[in-house]
Design a protein around this ligand. Sequence first.
Ligand code: SAH
Length: 246
Amino acid sequence: MGRGAIVALILAAVAASAVAKDDRAPERRLMVEAIERLALSVGASTGHAKLDERVLDALRTVPRHEFVPANASRMAYADRPLDIGHGQSISQPFVVAFMTHLLQVQPDDRVLEIGTGSGYQAAVMSLLAREVYSVEIVPGLANRAALTLQRLGYANVSSRIGDGYRGWEEHAPYDKIMVTAAPEYIPQALLAQLKPGGRLVIPVGSIDPGMQVQNLMVVEKAADGTTTSTSVIPVRFVPLVHGKTN
Ligand code: SAH
């Protein structure tokens, strides 16, 4: 066999393994169909029966199974939250889709996420925005998410270890801010780091372990800097904890 043939064979093998790696696209399509059905069935109470097609496309694209621990990979495309270690979880796909829809991310946006977790939501938003900045308080999660995002080539996502109550001043102001853990009040620093005309999506409410129900809020900042908040649906998130890190 000539050298060229060997190279061609090797290239064919590499291409085959790349395809095999992403053989879960059909599962993602089914996952998105389930999300669309759920959005429709709860549409009367959420006011959003149809979700943004760009968001749904991003969910059809991002390999969610790469963001969950190996032992949860089989369940990666079920519409349920999954354990990602350190007592934290990755939100169920519907919640990721719904919150991203509410954020109305535009191609030129600079987005801040609080609560990187697995990095999945950041990856989804990175396909819709110009840049995504994400802050995570648990170093083990932050480091793992950064590696996953880098390995999968999400080059427009930057992440750091820090306390999300303080936002990420260095890259402020942001067009959009997504918070994926629940504080009892909207952190002042996040309002300050939001551009006039910007939007913030955040679960807010009691972190009392007995209650643990919050309201998913959309906060809009007007050109004059005033803010209005709308409560969209009840949700259940892990608490946004107060940390010493920053
Ligand atoms: N968006 C994530 C899921 C986040 S779960 C994903 O797509 O996988 C909520 C995350 O918020 C957890 O990882 C938790 O450690 C983190 N968190 C909690 N309090 C925080 C704080 N004060 N600052 C930054 N992150 C925080």
